[in-house]
Design a protein around this ligand. Structure first.
Ligand SMILES: NC(=O)c1ccc[n+]([C@@H]2O[C@H](COP(=O)([O-])OP(=O)(O)OC[C@H]3O[C@@H](n4cnc5c(N)ncnc54)[C@H](O)[C@@H]3O)[C@@H](O)[C@H]2O)c1
Ligand SMILES: O=C(O)C[C@H](O)C(=O)O
Ligand SMILES: [Mg+2]
Length: 468
């Protein structure tokens, strides 16, 4: 989705401008004519007849930066001396840091926070290991673990390149739920090695958030870790996404008057997110659902099912869905569907294909960073449209779930995240949009709604304690 200026392509232009009436206005109109939208304007320095100003400008894409700078340089009153990419600036040196909770100014401070006093605390934990949940960062710290194999929709870009996303998740954990999260990018894709590594680091953490690990390995890794660890293990791309999607669907159905039981659904992307979303929809009552991966719709007649090369979750999918053995590109099977859920990749079909859907169609095109179908183009064909992005209404993003889920689980000292806790979280998120506020462009609370994480945490903790 390019076109309108957005923060992701925002820059700071350092411009030398003649200290004369109207000169700044000339610069402003040059920026506007080149398609930039001005934010802050700050005075940096004054020397003689020249002012140096930092002008923050949102552009529609990276290509627009040169056009904007050239437009300014064409004015005799101004010269661009530097262009800074604000998104890269935000990442300089990483996005998080560790800080101490107590001052360390005196010998006494040191004697308690560190040796010799610390030894008594160590011995107490050695005597009773459960005290590690009270007397160490475990009480409030989660590991965000990835192998970099399914980073957003960017695919297998490796552990180093995954770190900005993992740091971002840590920022969201802290910001929305006060949870300290530590990004851990592993340089192995071997499920055995991942499981062993996570088990080995588990004494440091109160929970494990698996992130952006590709399917089908993610299923086995999560299952094994859940069985072997006594702290919550939660694959965000599966369950966070499933919880938020169900919440959005509950509310979308209230608007369209459709019932979950009657929906006909098409899912694209049968990876971590697509499989988990399908499972939660089935447990919530949806019956008619078909799914496609990059080779088209799955069915028990597809050659890879027949020859046994299809992975086990897709085999499950093929067996429980698609009784008519439909084949081919999912874009050709939108006819008669009420809901499209995209958890695959950018622009997989033309928006006009949505015209075949039922009246009051619901389109959740959730691939990040770019959705399966552009929401602007989908507009004529769908009553409700949602994406995973923040620059469009109805952002269905797992950030609405994972901070509150872990807050609730840590508070309740839950040993795992159960199906009941996931359902409770979905209902809590859906319930945050009051019936009178429900609209086509307001089916899900904003990710900036500070009530979301506490409401999810309370619902999750209550459910955990009820079944402890
Ligand atoms: N909005 C959200 O909160 C959210 C959450 C999780 C994942 N996602 C997005 O969903 C997508 C998948 O993530 P994942 O973690 O499940 O990855 P994954 O690697 O586990 O699965 C990707 C799946 O998409 C399928 N696929 C790829 N191209 C396709 C195409 N053209 N048509 C049909 N299927 C196609 C693959 O075959 C695979 O089954 C990514 O774009 C990710 O950003 C969004
Ligand atoms: O990271 C996000 O914004 C959502 C999700 O976890 C994804 O992988 O796309
Ligand atoms: Mg993710």
């Amino acid at each position: 989705m390019t076109g309108s200026p957005s923060a992701q392509y925002s820059i700071v232009l350092r411009v030398e401008i003649d200290h004369k009436p109207g000169a700044l206005g000339e610069v402003a109109s040059a920026i506007g004519q080149a398609g930039g939208v001005i934010g802050d304007v700050a005075l940096v320095s004054v020397s003689g007849d020249t002012l140096v100003r930092d002008i923050t400008v949102a552009a529609s894409d990276q290509g627009a930066w040169d056009r904007i700078a050239a437009a300014i340089n064409q004015r005799p009153q101004a010269k661009v001396v530097a262009v800074t990419d604000r998104t890269f600036q935000v990442h300089e040196g990483g996005k998080i840091e560790i800080s101490a909770k107590h001052p360390l100014k005196t010998r006494d401070d040191l004697a308690m926070a560190y040796t010799p006093g610390v030894a008594r605390v160590c011995e107490a934990i050695a005597d009773d290991q459960s005290l590690s949940h009270e007397l160490t960062i475990r009480k409030n710290t989660v590991a965000v673990v990835t192998d970099g194999t399914a980073v957003l929709g960017l695919g297998d870009i490796g552990p180093h390149a995954s770190m900005p996303v993992m740091e971002g998740k840590a920022v969201l954990f802290k910001e929305f739920a006060g949870v300290d999260a530590f990004p851990i990018a592993l340089s192995t894709k071997d499920p055995d090695a991942i499981v062993e590594t996570v088990k080995a680091i588990a004494p440091t953490f109160g929970g494990i958030n698996l992130e952006d690990i590709s399917a089908p390995r993610c299923f086995e890794i999560e299952d094994r870790l859940k069985a072997e660890l006594d702290i919550p293990v939660f694959h965000d791309d599966q369950h966070g996404t499933a919880i938020v999607t169900l919440a959005a669907l509950i509310n979308a159905c209230k608007i369209t008057g459709k019932r979950l039981e009657d929906l006909s659904v098409l899912v694209t992307g049968l990876g971590a997110a697509g499989i988990a979303v399908t499972k939660i929809l089935l447990s919530a009552g949806v019956k008619d659902i078909i799914g496609a991966d990059s080779r088209g719709l799955v069915s028990t007649e597809r050659p890879d099912y027949v020859d046994g090369s299809m992975n086990s979750v897709k085999r499950w999918y093929a067996e429980m869905s698609n009784p008519e053995h439909l084949t081919g590109h999912p874009g050709n099977h939108l006819g008669g569907r009420d809901l499209f859920i995209g958890l695959s990749g950018a622009r997989i079909f033309e928006a006009s294909k949505l015209a075949a859907m039922n009246a009051d169609a619901m389109v959740f095109a959730m691939a990040n960073p770019n959705p399966e179908v552009s929401p602007e183009e989908a507009e004529p064909y769908a009553r409700i449209i949602a994406t995973g992005r923040s620059d469009y209404p109805n952002q269905i993003n797992n950030v609405l779930a994972f901070p509150g889920i872990f807050r609730g689980a840590l508070d309740a000292r839950a040993k795992q995240i159960t199906e009941g806790m996931k359902m409770a979280a979905a209902r809590a998120i859906a319930g945050l949009v009051a019936d009178e506020d429900l609209r086509e462009d307001n089916i899900i609370p904003s990710v900036f709604d500070r009530d979301v994480a506490p409401a999810v945490a309370a619902a999750v903790a209550q459910e955990a304690l009820a079944h402890a």
